[in-house]
Each structure stands twice: as C-alpha cells, then as structure tokens.
Design a protein around this ligand. Structure first.
Ligand SMILES: Nc1ncnc2c1ncn2[C@@H]1O[C@H](COP(=O)(O)OP(=O)(O)OP(=O)(O)O)[C@@H](O)[C@H]1O
Ligand SMILES: [Mg+2]
Length: 692
C-alpha cells in the first residue's frame, strides 16, 4: 500500500510539471508577438530561445493559445486525480462548500481559457492573470476531489454512520405499510412475515411505527386485533382511523372494544364459547393459556408433573362445562348446524350476511355454562361436589383417561395429593374473581353488546381493541392472554379477510410456547400480519424464556429497532450481519496528509449505533416478496410523521357501547345480577348431578 502511494506521488509531480511547462510556453508565445529580436552577441542566447519559440509557434497546436491551455488543464486534472495528498476539509456544510468549489472552478476556467482574447497585448497582465487562474484552478480541483471522494468526512449515503444506501423508492402493494424517512422510504411490502418493533420506552415504537401500521392497514381494509396496553392510546387512534376509512372495506367492519375497567365502554365476549371448543385438545390449549398466564415461569417447565397436572385438571373442567352446554342446547345446536349448511351453500354475499346474523342471534340465545367465570365458580366448589360433576362425564372417552389420576386420588381419599394438584388452579383462578371480569367474559342476549371473536370473518369483519390497565396488569393480562390465544386459531384460517394482530408491549401478556411463532410461520398463507412491540430482547427472554424468545425473533421478517442497549444491541447487530466497505484513513507527515484505502468487513449496523439512536430514529431490516424484490433491505433513518395528519386522528372519542343511564339501569345491579346468575348456574349444575 505504502509503495503504491509513493508511485502515485511521483507520477503526480511529473504530470503537473508538464502541465505547468505548457502554461509557461503559452505565456512565452505571447511575448514573442510583442518583442522584437534583439541585436548583438550578448543577446544571442535570448535570441536563440526566441527563435526556438517562433518555430514552436508555427506548429498549429501551439499557435492556438486555447488548445495549449486546454491541454495544460487536462494534465492538471490528471495530476490532481493522481495526487494522494489532500487537505482536511470543513466538516460542516459539506454541500455548501462543494457548490462554491464548482462555481469558482467554472469562473476560473472560463477566464483562464479565454483571457488571451482580451489581454494578449498586455503581456505582463496576461502573465500574472494566467498564473493566478492556473493556480486557482489547481486549488479548486483539489477541493472538489477532497469533498467528493472523502468518505471519512463526507457522509456518503446521506446519514452519518450509515454504511449502505437507503432505499429512496416508494414500493407499494395492497398489503404494504410505507414509512416516510428523512431521505427515502421504508417499505414493508410483506407484513405477513411479521414485524417486530423494539426500543426503550419513549423511543417512538408506538408513535412512529405501530400507529402508522394501524392507520395504513385500516386504510387498506384489514380486519384487526389491537392489544392496547395503555388503554386507550391505540384504541382512540384506531377508532379515528375506522371513522375515516370504514368505507374502504367491502363489508363495513364493526369497531369493538374489550376492556375491564368500565362496562359502558366494552363489548362482552366469551373466549370459552362452547361451540368454538370442538375437541378436548382445544380445552387443553385454553387451559394452558390460562395457567401459563397465571404462572409465567411454567412456560419452561413443560412436561413437569406439577405443571401438566393442573393444566389437565382445568382442561377437564372446561370440557365438562362445554359438554353440559351442548347437552342443554342440543336442539338449538342442530338448528344452527343446519343454518351453517345453508350458509356454505349460499353464493350471494347479502344472503350469506343475513344467515350469519341469524346464526349469531341464535347463538346468543343459547344457554351457556362454559365461560371463564363459570370455570372459576366450578373449581371453587368443594371437591366431592366438583368430582361428582366431572365424573358424570366419565362416559365421554376424551376425558376418562385424563380424569383417572384425579378420581383415583379421590377414591383413595388422598386429599393431600389432590390438593397438591389442584390448589394452583384454585388459587390462580380465584384472583380473577371480579364482577366486571365476569360481566365482560360472559355474553348477553342483546345485539351489539356481545361479539364473536372471528375477527376476519369476511361476512362481519371487526376492528377489535383489547385494553389493559398497567395498574391492574397482573389480573387483566390473564384474561387478555386467553382472548388472544382464542383469537389466534380463529383468525389463522384459510379464505378469511386479510387481518392484522398488533401486540404492543408483548411481554405483558403471555402465549404458550410455540403458539406465537407457529402463528407467524403459518400466517403468511392465511394473510395474517403480526406486529409485536417490545422494549428489549432481555425483557422477552425474562417473560418467554430464552428458547422461546429466540424462536419468535428468528421467525420475524421485518425488524425495527429504536434505541436499544447492551446485549439486545449486540444480538440485533449480529442479526443484521456484516457489510464490505471501503475504508480510508488519514496519516499526517511533514505537513502532508495522506489517505490510504482498504476493504474492510464491518457491522452493517454496529451495536454502538443502536444504543445511541435518537427518538423517532429506527434501524432494521425489511422482508420482500418473490416478484417484488427490495434491493436494499436494511434501513437506518428517522421516521417522519406529519403532526397535522396525526391531529386528524385525534378528533373523535369512541362512543359508549352500553349507555347505562340511557337504558335506565344501575351499574351495580347489572354486575351483581350477572355474578349471581353465574353462581346459580353452577349450583344448579351440581344439584342436578346429585339428583340424577
Ligand atoms: N418520528 C417521530 N417524530 C416525532 N415525534 C416522535 C417520533 N417518534 C417518537 N416521537 C415522540 O416520542 C414520544 C414517545 O414515543 P412513543 O410513545 O411511541 O414511545 P414508545 O417507544 O412507544 O414508548 P413506550 O415503551 O413507553 O410505549 C411520542 O409521544 C412523540 O412525541
Ligand atoms: Mg408505546
């Protein structure tokens, strides 16, 4: 490398020497015209020189001052290009200085090439001006090169530190979310490969990305489930998007809210709705989701007796209540099955919608014994009553084997052993005993009050916001996790509307191991876009275990990261890989600055960059589609949000879903009546078993 530099150094000297000689010849030739040949011996050398110049002047090339100067300029440019020494330029206002250089160069070039027309007769002025323009040009050429080529100082790709060229094109399709950046676009053209947004609190996860995703997806007609941890931040925004864009949907969607703080602002929905539990395994999944939400550490202990046993027990309770509900509604269910057959045969959308409405009405009128509140009441009844009830379903093959260990313990009067297996279910569920939760998680017969969870049903699409409350997070999270885990299999089906599941602050709810990554892996074919927001990787590991967290992160195609620190920054940087860049370095010796170049593999986005990202600034990677490729998948940019546009989506408050005053009712009474009804349902079931 060093030897190369020396070579280029010396060739630069030769070229500039020849260039300068040409300028001197040009100046001298002007003198020839003005000086008379002197007489006398002592002037012989000068005379000979003049004679030689006259000969040169007869050459057509040298007879034209313009040609000579042009040649010297070309050589000057070559010498500047060969030169490896350079000035250290200003760090600020690079573009401004570069512009000035271009302007000065143009002016000097013009004067240098043309001054012989005006000044040839004034030899001295010509000499001085030609030299000034020549050296001026040498200076500006050097400057231009300095600002143009200097990677150390100039930010090659528009943003300091960025090592790659940001995508500037706007690439769109019917599913895409496009985020405007300071100097281009981040095009999430394949949201079905899931999106993850990371960043410390306040980095802009919700404001800059998730809200924009919600807006653009509602605009494009997605059915949607939003988990709103800090209810109603996302809900209010989503409602305004719904108001603005609801006409974009083929079938107008319903805007739904589930929240446990105020029954006037919530729909009711039963995640354990019996007709949606078709197999004992469904009951096991639901039980798992409840028990894991109650005991987060259980996620790592799958297979452990003290984990599996309570899960099985709760599953039996759920399944028994489901069977009971089916028995009670045998006739009505047959009718509903008939309606479903009709629905599948029907081709017209309107007719289908009509049948769908009738089915929903019929379902609301069913006697339902299977709901989380019913389960809570059931498990808290005395063992003997409880087991007598469960045993009455012994004939059902699916629970016989699972029930065996419990019933044999009971028969042997091994109450301690039984207690050990069941206590965690009882204790955990008893924490959820709240009249509001009981109200929200059961359904009523009123239309518009209760909703089904088939969010992306093309006949009745929904935008559902499920709100948490950070102060009551522990209890509410269990219920919300249950909703989410019920919604996932319902939306992840073929031939449904494109839909989106947005879970900001993911670690505050829980998903059984495998459920979320399985959704992400299969969602692509069913057009479900999953968006997750987390603060950092460590938080995810804490709540989902390292193994599960890794699987989730690795299945995600679109990653956005705001400021993250420590291990999260390191592992993300590793994921983004390395990139080959041309690196130059300065060395200063004897007042001359030398630059050397070398290829070097560097982190595409180094951890140090990730830990210093400003608010609203995001780095990451997007996934593309076959047939719609994105050349540059990495990005590193600030996301621009138009504050005026945001204000538009802050105008309306979502309306009350159930106006108690208007209905002439009393809040306390509604809650009490519902609570007592559930209590009574279970007492009746137990009594029925004893009497039969
Ligand atoms: N791109 C941006 N342009 C303008 N302001 C921004 C941008 N990104 C973030 N902000 C500002 O930062 C604030 C905090 O952002 P936001 O609430 O999205 O943070 P967050 O990462 O979701 O934090 P938390 O984890 O606490 O929810 C916003 O209210 C907004 O004022
Ligand atoms: Mg947020």
């Amino acid at each position: 490398m060093a030897e190369d530099e020396k070579k280029s150094d010396s060739s630069f000297y030769y070229v500039i020497f020849i260039s300068f000689i040409l300028v001197l010849i040009d100046i001298s030739l002007v003198y020839i015209g003005n000086i008379k040949i002197a007489q006398g011996l002592d002037k012989q050398f000068v005379n000979q020189l003049i004679l030689a110049l006259i000969k040169i002047k007869q050459n057509p090339f040298f007879s034209n001052s313009f040609f000579v100067k042009s040649a010297s300029i070309i050589l000057l440019m070559i010498s500047v290009a060969l030169n490896t020494t350079k000035k250290i330029p200003h760090k600020e206002n690079i573009q401004y200085y570069q512009k000035l250089n271009y302007i000065y160069t143009l002016i000097f070039l013009l004067f240098f090439l043309l001054n012989h027309f005006a000044l040839k007769t004034f030899s001295l002025i010509y000499l001085i001006s030609t030299l000034i323009f020549y050296f001026g040009l040498a200076n500006f050429f050097t400057n231009i090169k300095t600002y143009f080529k200097n990677d150390l100082v100039q930010d090659r790709f528009g943003k300091e530190n960025r090592k790659f060229k940001q995508t500037t094109e706007f690439i769109e399709n019917e599913y895409s979310t496009n985020l405007k950046t300071g100097d281009g676009w981040i095009n999430v053209i394949n949201p079905f490969r899931a999106g993850l947004v990371m960043g410390t609190p306040g980095s802009g996860k919700s404001f800059a990305i998730l809200l924009e995703v919600i807006r653009q997806q509602i605009k494009k007609g997605f059915a949607m489930v939003i988990y709103d941890f800090k209810f109603d931040d996302l809900t209010k925004f989503a409602y305004n998007c719904y108001v603005q864009y609801k006409d974009n949907y083929k079938v107008k969607p319903e805007f739904c809210i589930i929240n446990f703080d105020d029954i006037e602002y919530t729909h009711r929905s039963n995640p354990l709705q019996p007709d949606l539990i078709t197999d004992f395994l469904d009951a096991v999944e639901l039980s798992k989701s409840i028990m894991l939400a109650l005991n987060k550490s259980w996620g790592e202990k799958e297979g452990d007796f003290f984990v599996e046993s309570p899960i099985n027990f709760l599953a039996i309770c759920i399944w028994a209540l489901k069977l009971k509900s089916d028995l009670v509604n045998e006739k009505e269910l047959e009718e509903i099955d008939g309606l479903y057959l009709l629905l599948n045969k029907e081709n017209s959308l309107e007719e289908k919608q009509k049948i769908d409405i009738i089915i929903k009405q019929k379902k609301r009128e069913l006697k339902v014994y299977c709901s989380l509140p019913h389960v809570i009441q059931l498990v808290s009844t005395p063992y003997e009553d409880l087991f007598a009830f469960l045993m009455s379903f012994k004939k059902d093959g699916s629970i016989k084997n699972v029930l065996a260990p419990f019933s044999s313990a009971l028969e042997n009067e091994a109450y301690d052993q039984l207690e050990g297996q069941i206590a965690s279910v009882r204790l955990g569920l008893s924490r959820l005993t709240s009249k509001t939760i009981y109200y929200v998680m059961t359904t009523g017969t009123e239309e518009g009050e209760s909703i089904s969870l088939d969010i992306n049903n093309p006949l009745s699409p929904k935008i559902l916001c499920i709100g948490n409350n950070p102060e009551r997070q522990k209890v509410y999270s269990v219920c919300i996790s249950l909703y989410m885990n019920k919604i996932i299999p319902l939306i992840n089906k073929k031939r449904q509307l494109k839909s989106s599941l947005i879970v900001d602050e993911l670690p505050t709810i829980s998903f059984p191991p495998g459920s979320l990554d399985n959704l992400i892996a299969t969602a692509r074919s069913n057009k479900v876009a999953v968006w997750l927001g987390i603060q950092d990787y460590q938080q995810l590991i804490r709540d989902y275990s390292e193994k599960n967290a890794k699987v989730i992160i690795n299945t995600i195609g679109n990653i956005f990261t705001g400021m993250v620190t420590g291990d999260t920054a390191k592992s993300l940087s590793e994921r983004f890989g390395k990139i080959k860049i041309k690196k130059d370095s300065f060395s200063v010796s004897k007042g001359i600055v030398t630059t050397s170049y070398a290829d070097e593999m560097q982190d595409t986005i180094p951890p140090s960059d990730l830990s210093t990202l400003k608010q609203g600034m995001f780095a990451g990677q997007v996934a593309d589609n076959f047939g719609q490729e994105i050349e540059q998948k990495f990005f590193y940019s600030n996301i621009i949000i138009d504050p005026k546009q945001r204000k538009v989506f802050d105008r309306f408050n979502y309306p009350k879903i159930f106006d108690i005053q208007k209905a002439g009712l009393n809040r306390k009474k509604i809650l009490n009546d519902n609570f007592q009804k559930i209590e009574k349902d279970i007492i009746n079931l137990i009594n029925e078993t004893q009497n039969s």
